[in-house]
Ligand binder design. Structure first.
Ligand code: ADP
Ligand code: MG
Length: 675
């Protein structure tokens, strides 16, 4: 099997150079990859109907014997019509095809076939036009449907797969060891591959699927667990000072129970035998930043440096200010490094960092640059982790000698899924909001009521509060940028003459964005018209209203993140979703927003309404893309695969035994794309 991954697809019978490029485009450049190119669906040919019962104009399968020779009729230049009659024993059907000179050899008189297509006409004169057909005696009840591309139909792919299957060595080495297959009741690889493509019947298909999903999840788990154990180095940066109590007393508020618990868990990790490697998950507004600050404080008190990486410039700015406020009173020196820091400044920062004069470096991806080096990096915090890939996370940790790692995420995903995606991390959850928070009221209005909403906003502004207005923007489109600016201008001139309207969008230069955000934060801007660049993390508690234009354009989780920008103080906040949407799915989403503010519930709904793609696109979390398993649907198998992976690694941590080599190769292959 492994060698088939070396065999180029063009070596396959019937696949020339041109087609091989199309196969490569579909992600199957080799014979091995083609065998792993699973059908996206199956056509069921197993239940042919009688013509009398065939539903009109719906695709169905009819079993019929050809009872006339194929007639050929040239209708006009380049257009030939072929006709034949067939019978199911009770009724006849007229079957027509266009331009297919090969039919003569394929459809023989007196032979029985399955025809699949739409039946039209009347009972006295049934017709089928260009149906799919197969000889009735060598029929596969379930035919594979592949994702196709221009010039490469599902049928051609099926033929290629068929030739590829013929090349499988017999017996085939199975990467899953025999005892594991037995205890988890999994079929062999050969059976699975044959039956995932050309199932003998439904049951065989289920067996094949189960095994392949298990295998895929197992390999993913093995990869993640090995990453985890690789991180399981000796803890050379043991925390000597637990300064969290001093830190908590210095806060302007008292920490929630959840915050205290999370800090305790982290500190105990950092005092342990191996470095901390932990995910801190908390809904928007649960106070993750204070937890991070507490840990930076203790790490620095123990003689280490800390790094804090955020996905956007605005967030890095904000964290920098927060860290300064919270930590400078302890004599901790904090610096900010982003792409927009001037060269001279940058040089100064980097030197001070190397000397150990800077204790905490906050920044964006700029932290990953080769020129950034620490004297003694002991703690790495990354915020809003789903925007960083595993590889980036690793890049930052390599700037130290196995530093402690804290990953913070506001994406409230169910615990099982979190364990899956972040299988290499321990998990702490902030399941409690700071006291005094009021539930944000959420309403949906149509555009006709917008002016009333503006009246409501005006009252809030007059009372000294601030407001966000979110306008959708198609990424990087000039005209949309103009539309945000124009929207803000209209708002200023027509509705809010005596208030200050500011604009924030992704096309602005970082320094400009920063100025605008700082002005909003300081209360110099009353209304911030923004695209979703404010989506993550921004914290301005005085902003108590958010109006979202074209709210139907966003996914639930994104709306939840956006809405999380308000309701951060003690005053009641209001979120107004403006939408003229008629479509039921969109309306359903907006209703969910009005009904609940629980991030986990919203994530579940989102998963249900939109499928797991959003959470599991490789782009989002930096994990390899899965071919067959669906992590939200295959829970049970996921658990089994997790158990199996643990057991396997406890016997053979580096997968060195001969019977585990196949698995090791597959783990390597799945994860190599990430490296
Ligand atoms: P998130 O978890 O979304 O990153 P933040 O860390 O930005 O949340 O905190 C949200 C707001 O709540 C901030 O203004 C912060 O100062 C405040 N906050 C955090 N913890 C507490 C607490 N225990 N009591 C009161 N306010 C808190
Ligand atoms: Mg945050």
């Amino acid at each position: 099997m492994a060698s088939l991954f070396q065999k180029e697809i063009k070596e396959l019978k019937g696949v020339g150079v041109k087609r091989s490029q199309l196969f490569a485009k579909l992600g199957a450049p080799t014979v091995g990859a083609l065998l792993r190119f699973y059908p996206r669906d199956y056509e069921d040919w197993s239940q042919p109907v009688l013509l009398a019962q065939a539903p009109l104009n719906q695709v169905c399968t009819v079993k019929a014997t050809v009872i006339s020779p194929l007639s050929e009729q040239r209708i006009r230049k380049g257009m030939t019509l072929y006709k034949l009659r067939a019978t199911d024993g009770q009724h006849d059907v007229l079957i027509t095809f266009f331009n297919n000179p090969y039919l003569k050899n394929l459809l023989l008189e007196e032979k029985e076939y399955l025809f699949r297509g739409k039946v039209s006409g009347t009972l006295l004169r049934r017709e089928m036009s260009s149906p799919d057909f197969l000889p009735a005696d060598r029929v596969l009840p379930l035919r594979p449907i592949y994702r196709q591309t221009a010039g490469l139909s599902s049928r051609i792919i099926a033929n290629a797969v068929n030739s590829a299957l013929a090349l499988l060595p017999n017996p085939l080495r199975d990467p899953l060891p025999e005892p594991m297959r037995q205890s988890y009741r999994l079929c062999g690889l050969g059976f699975a591959l044959h039956n995932i493509h050309f199932p003998k019947d439904r049951k065989a298909l289920e067996h094949a699927k189960r095994r392949l999903i298990f295998e895929e999840l197992l390999i993913l788990q093995l990869g993640l667990l090995r990453m985890k154990s690789r991180n399981r180095q000796k803890n050379t940066l043991r925390l000597t000072q637990d300064a969290s109590r001093d830190f908590f007393t210095s806060l302007p508020f008292s920490p929630t129970g959840a915050q205290k618990r999370a800090v305790e868990e982290c500190i105990s990790d950092m005092q342990g035998d191996s470095p901390m490697n932990r995910l801190l998950q908390g809904d928007v507004g649960s106070g993750k930043t204070a937890v991070a600050a507490a840990l930076c404080h203790s790490a620095i008190a123990s003689g280490m440096q800390a790094a804090f990486m955020a996905p956007t410039e605005i967030l890095a700015q904000q964290h920098f200010r927060t860290m300064q406020q919270l930590l400078e009173p302890f004599g901790i020196r904090v610096a900010l490094l982003t792409g927009s820091v001037t060269a001279a400044n940058r040089r100064k920062i980097l030197e001070a960092l190397k000397d150990g004069q800077i204790h905490l470096l906050v920044g964006t991806h700029a932290l990953l640059s080769d020129t950034v080096s620490f004297r003694r990096l002991g703690l790495v915090v990354t915020d809003e982790q789903h925007r960083f890939g595993v590889a980036q996370r690793t890049a930052l940790t390599q700037k130290g000698d196995h530093p402690h790692i804290l990953v913070m995420s506001a994406t409230p995903i169910p615990r099982t899924l979190a364990l899956m995606i972040y299988g290499d991390l321990e998990l702490s959850v902030l399941n409690e909001l700071p006291p005094g928070r009021q539930k944000t009221e959420t309403y949906v209005i149509d555009t006709a009521k917008r002016s009333r909403a503006f009246g409501f906003i005006r009252k809030k502004l007059d009372a000294g509060r601030q407001c966000y207005i979110i306008c959708p923007l198609i990424e990087d489109s000039e005209s949309d940028m103009a539309s945000v600016t124009q929207y803000a201008k209209d708002l200023q001139e027509k509705w809010f003459l005596s208030h200050t309207v500011g604009v924030l969008h992704g096309r602005m230069r970082p320094a400009e964005k920063e100025r605008t955000m700082a002005a909003f934060s300081a209360g110099q801007i009353d209304i911030l018209v923004s695209t979703t660049v404010v989506e993550v993390g921004v914290d301005v508690p005085n902003a108590v209203v958010m109006l979202i234009e074209n709210a139907e354009r966003y996914g639930l989780s994104q709306l939840h993140q956006l809405r999380g920008r308000i309701g951060r103080g003690t005053e009641k906040s209001t979120c107004i979703l403006v939408s003229d949407a008629q479509n039921e799915e969109a309306l359903q989403r907006l209703r969910v927003m009005c009904e609940t503010s629980d991030g986990f519930q919203i994530a579940d709904e989102d998963l249900r309404l939109r499928g797991p793609g959003d959470f599991f696109g490789a782009r989002q979390h930096g994990l390899p893309e899965l071919k067959i398993a669906d992590m939200s649907a295959d829970f049970e198998l996921l658990k089994l695969a997790q158990d199996a992976a643990r057991e396997l690694l406890s016997q053979d941590p580096s997968l060195e035994l001969p019977e585990h080599r196949g698995l090791r190769a597959e783990v390597h292959q799945l994860f190599s794309a990430l490296e």
